[in-house]
Design a protein around this ligand. Structure first.
Ligand code: 13P
Ligand code: SF4
Length: 367
C-alpha cells in the first residue's frame, strides 16, 4: 500500500488524476485495454459521456447491457460505465470468477434510491392485508439488488423500459394485481397502454406508508410505488406545447419514465433503445424533439447531421450520477486492475443474489 492510499479517503479518486491531460488519459486507457485484451470488458450505458463511450466494448440500454453481461464468459474484469444498480445486475449475472467494477462508487440512481428495502417490506405487509394473495411485484431494473431479491422471493420479475409491456402482460397471467416499483411513470404508462384505466391505479406513498387512492380498493389493478426519475420528470407539457408552436412538423419522442401527461401529448414513447433505433431509421430531413437524457440526445444530434433534432427541453441537464463516470475515473479503475489493487468492486452477497437472480432470470427468459 502506498502512502497516498493512506491519505486518500476510501473510494475517492486520487487527486493526481485531476491534473492529467486528456490525451495522456486516453493513451493510458488504450494501453491498458490493449494489454488486458479479452480479460477486460467495458459495457457502457447510452447516457454516458462521449469521452467514456469511445472506450466501450458494448453500448446499450439497461436490457442490452444485462444481456451482454450474462453472455460474457471470457472477461475477468468488467468495468461498468453506468450506475450502481447496473453494475450490481452485471455482478449477479456473471460468474464468481468475474469481477465487476464501478469507476465512481458515487454513481448511483436517485430513482433506485427511492425504494428502500425496509419501506418495501412494510408496504408488502400492508398490501397483503388489503389484497391478500392477489398481488405480484414487478421491479424496474433501476432498483437495488435487495429490491430485486424481494421481487424474486415473492414470485415477481424485473422489467426494463424495453420489455415492460411484455412483463406486465406476463404478470397478469400470474396474479390479478400488480405492485410496480420504483418508477410510477413507467408503471403507469405501461399499464395504461395495455388498457388499464388510470382509475384502477393506486399509488403507494412510502414516506407516509399509505395507499393514495380515492375509490373502492377492490377496483385496484395496479399499485404504483411513488418514485420517479428526476431527469425524465423534468420534461413538461409546456415543453411539448412550445415545441409544437415553434416546429409544427416535429415528431416528439419521449422515454416512458416521463409523466403520463407528457407521454399523452407526445407522438411516440419508448425505451432508450427504441429512441435510438427510431431516429436511426428516420428519413433524412425529418425533424425530432427527444425527451430523454442529455448526453444521449447530444450524441444522437451529432450522429444525424441530415436530420433536425433538438432536446424537448433545451435546458435539461444530463443525469448527474451517470455523469460521474469520466476519463479520470475510468483510468483510475483500469489502473487499479493493472496494479492488482482491490477497489471500486461491486459485489452483491450470495444470499441476495440467490433471490434477485430469480427475478432477473424470469425477465431474461421472456425478453
Ligand atoms: P433504459 O436504458 O432501460 O431505457 O433506461 C433508462 C434509464 O434511465 C437508465 O437509467
Ligand atoms: Fe436513474 Fe434517471 Fe439517471 Fe436513469 S436517468 S440513472 S433513472 S436518475
Amino acid at each position: 500500500m502506498t502512502i497516498a492510499s493512506f491519505i486518500q479517503p476510501q473510494g475517492m479518486l486520487p487527486d493526481h488524476y485531476r491534473n492529467l491531460e486528456r490525451t495522456e488519459m486516453e493513451n493510458r486507457i488504450r494501453e491498458i485495454k490493449g494489454k488486458l485484451g479479452d480479460k477486460l470488458f467495458i459495457p457502457c450505458h447510452h447516457y454516458q459521456k462521449d469521452e467514456v463511450v469511445q472506450f466501450a466494448d458494448s453500448i446499450g440500454d439497461s436490457l442490452q447491457l444485462a444481456q451482454v453481461a450474462a453472455a460474457n464468459k471470457k472477461a475477468e474484469h468488467i468495468v461498468f460505465c453506468g450506475v450502481h444498480f447496473m453494475a450490481e445486475t452485471a455482478d449477479m449475472l456473471t460468474t464468481d470468477d468475474q469481477v465487476v467494477y464501478l469507476p465512481d462508487m458515487r454513481a448511483g440512481c436517485s430513482m433506485a434510491d427511492m425504494a428502500d428495502i425496509y419501506q418495501t417490506e412494510e408496504a408488502w405487509v400492508e398490501l397483503q392485508k388489503l389484497f391478500g394473495d392477489t398481488l405480484i411485484p414487478l421491479t424496474y431494473v433501476n432498483s437495488t439488488a435487495a429490491i430485486k431479491a424481494f421481487t424474486g422471493r415473492n414470485g415477481g420479475a424485473c422489467v426494463t423500459s424495453s420489455n415492460a409491456k411484455k412483463m406486465v402482460e406476463w404478470a397478469f397471467t400470474q396474479k390479478e394485481r400488480l405492485f410496480f416499483l420504483p418508477d410510477q411513470h413507467l408503471g403507469r404508462n405501461t399499464a395504461y397502454e395495455l388498457g388499464i384505466p388510470l382509475e384502477q391505479m393506486a399509488i403507494w406513498n412510502p414516506i407516509i406508508g399509505k395507499l393514495e387512492y380515492e375509490g373502492n380498493v377492490e377496483d385496484i389493478k395496479v399499485v404504483l410505488w411513488k418514485g420517479h426519475c428526476s431527469v425524465h420528470e423534468g420534461f413538461t407539457t409546456t415543453n411539448v406545447k412550445e415545441v409544437r408552436e415553434k416546429y409544427p412538423n416535429m415528431t416528439i419522442i419521449v422515454h416512458p419514465e416521463c409523466s403520463r401527461e407528457v407521454v399523452e401529448v407526445s407522438d411516440m414513447n419508448g425505451s432508450t433503445k427504441f429512441i435510438v433505433d427510431t431516429i436511426n431509421a428516420a428519413p433524412s430531413g425529418s425533424a425530432w424533439a427527444i425527451g430523454t437524457e442529455m448526453n444521449l440526445v447530444k450524441r444522437i444530434i451529432a450522429e444525424h447531421p441530415d436530420k433536425h433534432i433538438i432536446s424537448l427541453n433545451e435546458n435539461m441537464c444530463p443525469c448527474l450520477t451517470m455523469n460521474r463516470i469520466d476519463l479520470p475515473h475510468l483510468l483510475w479503475a483500469l489502473e487499479l486492475i493493472e496494479n492488482g489493487d482491490e477497489g471500486n468492486i461491486i459485489k452483491v452477497t450470495p444470499e441476495v443474489t440467490e433471490e434477485a437472480i430469480l427475478s432477473l432470470n424470469r425477465m431474461l427468459s421472456l425478453a
